[in-house]
Design a protein around this ligand. Sequence first.
Ligand code: CP
Length: 306
Amino acid sequence: MANLLSLNDLSVTEINDILARAEQIHEMNEEGWFAPKNTLVANLFYEPSTRTRFSFETAEKRLGYQVLNFSSKTSSALKGESLYDTVKTMEAIGANAVVIRHQDIGYYRALEGIGISVLNAGDGAGDHPTQALLDLLTLRQEFLLLKGLTVAIIGDLRYSRVAKSDAEVLTRLGCRVLLSGPEEWRNESLPGTYVTVDEAIETAEAVIMLRIQHERHEQAMNMTKEEYHTRYGLTLERSMRMKPQSIIMHPGPINRGVELDNELVESSRSRYFKQIKNGVSARMASLEWALSSKKIATVTERVAEK
Ligand code: CP
């Protein structure tokens, strides 16, 4: 059993094994899936989600697992129960793994002593490892080699966990990462080279547009949505300057007409819905990996390393 908290905890070999497995899952029926009888997985979402929540649930059901869905709005979290006690309760009920989305960066540090797998479905502005895996899967389907590929990540770099997980793992896999967006959302801790929005869009083979993380901002944006679109968005005009084979990606949900022109969302360059589809197999492979791993990567050990 293992945890999947950040891709920084996994070797490149482990990341490639999960991706290869996700690709295999596309081709397979349930006989080839890792589905020990009576596996119980609890999905604990303390923040809103559509893609991650439902693709994890779909992945779990396809694998034949039993599924518990927890909502912080209708659980004893409302009475003040801690994350630790909630996860310990799931463990006592018999869950083999928990999938957690939580607003606090590194929430899993509070889970020392938990004896079941924890899969991180997003920790505040921290990490989003399974989004990065599905993004890698999408890129592998498009390009022969990730090494040497130029990927642009544009927008809310400071508050986006997708930006962090993607930039870090793409860099480890040998991609050239270009970063761009409003100056006030610049994030010096991300690996990559800062360029103008125009240069990023014209140079990259894959352009990842980020959702503006309004819910994490301390102050309202100092420009209108229209201004943001013109200055930092993927407009129709900018899309015409992309390389012929370049693709558009977005983790979702999209603010249509802000990060991305409405017409581009379902255009031939867009892989937006492909990414969502890939989320199911990436999460099936992640669950299989976490539940079958011989790795003893417990939360306790990760906390001790920090
Ligand atoms: N990409 C992503 O995490 O989407 P949701 O917030 O809908 O899960």
